[in-house]
Design a protein around this ligand. Structure first.
Ligand code: CMP
Length: 142
């Protein structure tokens, strides 16, 4: 059964014009693109999105970075979408990023890490609701 997840192409990757390449990588791995939004986080929206990280050492850096420019949000769908996208995105820790992963290709540091992918089906539904307003359902027949 298909599952939905959220990918954010973060401000550093958009600014360096990596968005097209990142979407291309996603498409080659059989994810269906169900919705897309070009947006800029406000501090309030970023705080709501990253509420679980409130109080952590990197929180203020993260919020400032996420508000620093354009973000592109993608609502993606396939079987096992959450785990498969996390694998394709690569590790948060730069030392653990495998070659070929999106972060290995495009991350510039632990904060400026090019992309965010939901880490569980529950978080995916929450994040999709925050960004797209409500969970999206199939609009196309393929
Ligand atoms: P993301 O997958 O969007 O989830 C939380 C974000 O916090 C992470 O990517 C990074 O951009 C940022 N971050 C900065 N420092 C750390 C850290 N030490 N551990 C985890 N996330 C961090």
């Amino acid at each position: 059964m298909n599952q939905q997840t959220l990918l954010l192409i973060k401000p550093n990757a958009v600014m360096h014009k990596h968005a097209g390449n990142i979407i291309s990588i996603i498409e080659t791995k059989a994810f269906l693109l169900r919705d897309i939004k070009v947006m800029q986080f406000t501090p309030e929206a970023a705080a709501a999105f990253y509420q679980e990280h409130l109080g952590k050492e990197f929180y203020d850096r993260l919020i400032k970075f996420m508000c620093s420019g354009t973000t592109i949000a993608l609502l993606l769908e396939k079987a096992n979408a959450v785990a498969d996208l996390r694998e394709l995105v690569g590790d948060t820790d730069p030392a653990k990023r495998k070659p070929g992963t999106i972060r290995h290709l495009y991350a510039e540091g632990i904060t400026e890490n090019a992309v965010h992918a939901s880490d569980s089906p529950e978080h995916a539904q929450r994040e999709i609701r925050l960004i797209f307003g409500s969970p999206q359902y199939p609009k196309l027949s393929h």
